[in-house]
Design a protein around this ligand. Structure first.
Ligand SMILES: Cc1cc2nc3c(=O)[nH]c(=O)nc-3n(C[C@H](O)[C@H](O)[C@H](O)COP(=O)(O)O)c2cc1C
Length: 440
């Protein structure tokens, strides 16, 4: 079967643009209203997206006065979306640093049952420094320790998901036998961070294991993704760095003995779309004019682990010396490199840099006609930069609707995107194999 694009819809506030929540085209619903999320998921399903995705942070940001987010806890939202949709995949973020593997394995297996095999877990180690203070610690767990703990966490959750054989439940009412104990095994894990006896207290989930998604881009993050991820989210401001990332991750996955086709690379794409390029650019300017550079300055500081940028003037060209060394940043190291590459390449002023980051926080932002967006997607897809996209509409739901009505039909006409769902599970949409349990 011909290779086709995979499309994920990334939910964020009332759109990915930092000022989307104020724009007249944004949804009138509250960000605590489940109908907002149900409505978006249903629109994405009608457009045949593979999946939707909810990000998560474990602390309130310092920018709450002007920066709303998705406030509801992602796994709880997935349960609601599972019963209000029928085909679309459902991806939620959860942290390996701040939860127990038994809790997490149970929660995702439950959602996989509730959704009949449509769940995925976006594995994060939680880069936000303030998260630690909500979990009994006063100091952030270092980048290296977060990944070391994450690695052991993965062995435990995989073993728990595999602790029931496919045929463990017989539900033989006449004979009086519900399950076969010989087909359910403890895991007896004893490691540096976790002691977990198992087995999981729930039958094997419909997909065998939920689909595993990851978004680490540092060297350690990439190696982690190469071992575990079946889909990878990544942020790029240029096609060239996306190509470099794509080639590197596929190579690392192959070096781990995996089929590189079973690791889908989905870079972020935030398109402002209108019937003419001039109109799309006008719309982008209109939303940009609603931003406050001081909010952007705070967000930049968060990205760089709390580094103080308050003294930098807004209108002088930046140089790399204005930033701390990414190697010393304990937060999201790879995104700091994305930002520094842009500074080296374009020498923007702080105002210009913040304007760009306001669009989609360092993901690829563009404005154009449906034909231009479809051409860009085809180019990245056929030129070794992407297996699909993490679609990040700047305004929700308005720009999702334009994407669905205008861009998707162009992709379908070119044979690049499905015209109907061919399966019911996320593994089927992503064309991923179903993992065997430890019993086979
Ligand atoms: C599309 C996308 C979504 C992400 N979502 C989250 C999230 O919800 N929560 C989180 O803590 N980190 C999130 N991250 C951050 C990554 O998990 C990771 O920490 C970051 O890319 C830095 O990776 P590194 O530590 O390997 O440099 C996301 C990254 C990307 C590209």
């Amino acid at each position: 079967m011909k290779r086709q694009l995979h499309l994920n819809l990334f939910f964020h506030s009332r759109g990915h643009h930092e000022a989307s929540w104020r724009h007249p085209a944004a949804s009138p619903l509250a960000l605590t209203d489940i109908r907002y999320y149900q409505d978006l998921a249903q629109r994405a399903e009608a457009a045949l997206f593979d999946s939707i995705f909810l990000a998560d942070q474990l602390a309130l940001g310092g920018d709450v006065a002007q920066a709303p987010r998705i406030w509801l806890e992602p796994l709880t939202v997935l349960a609601a979306l599972a019963v209000s949709t029928s085909h679309i995949g459902l991806i939620a973020t959860a942290s390996t640093t701040y939860t127990e593997p038994f809790n997490l394995a149970r929660q995702f297996a439950s959602i996989d049952h509730i959704s009949n095999g449509r769940t995925a877990w976006n594995i994060v180690t939680s880069w936000l420094a303030t998260a630690a203070s909500n979990y009994g610690g006063d100091k952030q767990v270092s980048h290296a320790d977060r990944y070391a703990r994450g690695e052991e966490f993965m062995s435990v959750v995989k073993a728990l998901w595999d602790s029931w054989a496919e045929d463990a439940v017989i539900d033989d009412r006449a004979g009086g036998h519900y399950a076969r104990p010989d087909r359910i095994r403890p895991i007896n894990h004893r490691g540096d961070f976790y002691q977990v006896a198992g087995p999981l207290n729930m039958p094997r989930c419909p997909q065998g294991r939920p689909v595993l998604v990851q978004a680490g881009s540092s060297d350690t993050g990439r190696r982690f993704a190469a071992r575990h991820a079946e889909a990878v989210f990544t942020a790029h401001m240029a096609k060239e760095t996306a190509q470099e990332f794509y080639a590197d991750l596929k190579r690392l996955a192959a070096a781990e003995g995996r089929n590189a086709e079973h690791v889908l690379i989905l870079p972020g794409l935030s398109p402002m779309i209108a019937s003419t390029e001039a109109e799309a650019q006008r719309l982008a300017r209109e939303v940009n004019e609603l931003t406050d550079p001081e909010i952007g300055r705070k967000r930049l500081s968060n990205r760089f682990g709390g580094h103080d940028f308050s003294h930098l003037p807004l209108d002088r060209p930046l140089s790399p010396e204005d930033f701390p060394d990414p190697g010393s940043v304990e937060a999201a190291r790879s995104r700091t490199e994305v930002i520094l590459n842009l500074v080296r390449r374009d020498k923007p002023t702080l105002r210009q840099l913040l304007g760009y980051l306001a669009g989609a926080r360092g993901h690829f932002v563009t404005a154009g006609t449906p034909e231009q967006i479809a051409a860009l997607m085809e180019d990245w897809f056929t030129d070794g930069a992407a297996d699909g996209f993490n679609v990040m509409p700047p305004l929700l739901p308005a720009q999702l609707d334009v994407f669905a009505a205008e861009v998707i039909p162009l992709l379908q006409r070119r044979g690049l995107f499905r015209t109907e769902y061919l399966g019911t599970t996320l593994r089927e949409h992503y064309r991923l194999p179903r993992p065997n349990s430890a019993f086979e």
